[in-house]
Design a protein around this ligand. Structure first.
Ligand code: CA
Length: 246
């Protein structure tokens, strides 16, 4: 019998690309997608900040010259809000002033425009290297009004704590880490170390159903409408935490 290979991590890195130049933005977006990343492209600082609140990202690629706001201000706010987010800024000036201030504002790296896709990909590889680390890349993870604090083992919906049993919290962490990506039951169970004594998938089904119910109950009893990602079942064999509904 062959030894099964280690389960490859199926989750592409989520990259928030902020670039107001249509041609350049489109080229970077398709280049990132073609190289296994999951890019989301926004054209303004305001849209980028809103998008970062909506879903969790591993990296922010930000043109400092934006039409609506000072790119450095966006860097500061992102760094303040998401301490573990990797930030690479695009600078257009050659005098280095933006580079220095970009670093001071909290950027991890910079690329001087114009640059090629290969240069960008090599920076991303450096900054997103710890891909198999057990901890989520960002903590807390925010998905709509749901906030998951992995280190504190705490989950809140619009500020109100949602008490979860350990195995349900473990499942939620994995689904959040792979938000909007289908995760097979086998992978999810392995990652969440859910005990499965009664047969393939059975215990996991119960855990996921219970987790969904608890989250839905919390949303229903919340004092105001909340944005809650939904757990969907994909062809009966995989699960996905959907964040694109809000
Ligand atoms: Ca620009």
């Amino acid at each position: 019998m062959r030894t099964p290979a280690a389960t490859p991590d199926p989750r592409p890195f989520r990259v928030l690309l902020v670039e107001d130049d249509d041609t350049f933005g489109r080229r970077l977006e398709s280049g990132l997608r073609g190289n296994g990343y999951a890019p989301t492209w926004r054209r303004t600082g305001a849209d980028a900040l809103a998008e970062a609140e909506r879903a969790s990202y591993d990296a922010l690629l930000l043109d400092l010259g934006l039409p609506d706001t000072d790119g450095l201000d966006v860097v500061r706010r992102m760094r303040d809000r998401f301490p573990r987010l990797r930030i690479v800024v695009f600078t257009s000036r050659e005098d280095g002033a933006d580079v220095v201030t970009g670093r001071e504002a909290g950027a991890d790296d910079h690329l001087a425009k114009p640059f090629g896709l290969d240069a960008l990909l090599s920076r991303l590889r450096v900054h997103l290297r710890p891909r198999y680390s057990a901890a989520p890349l960002s903590d807390p993870v925010r998905l709509g009004d749901l906030v998951i604090e992995a280190a504190a083992r705490r989950c809140t919906l619009d500020g109100a704590e949602v008490p979860l049993p350990p195995e349900e919290f473990a499942v939620l962490i994995v689904l959040a880490r792979y938000a909007d990506t289908a995760v097979t039951g086998q992978h999810l169970a392995a990652r969440a170390r859910v005990e499965d004594p009664s047969g393939p998938g059975a215990a996991l089904d119960v855990t996921v159903a219970s987790l969904s119910r608890r989250l839905a109950d919390a949303a229903r009893t919340a004092p105001r409408p909340v944005r809650l990602p939904r757990i969907s079942t994909v062809r009966g064999r995989a699960y996905r935490l959907e964040t694109d509904l809000f």
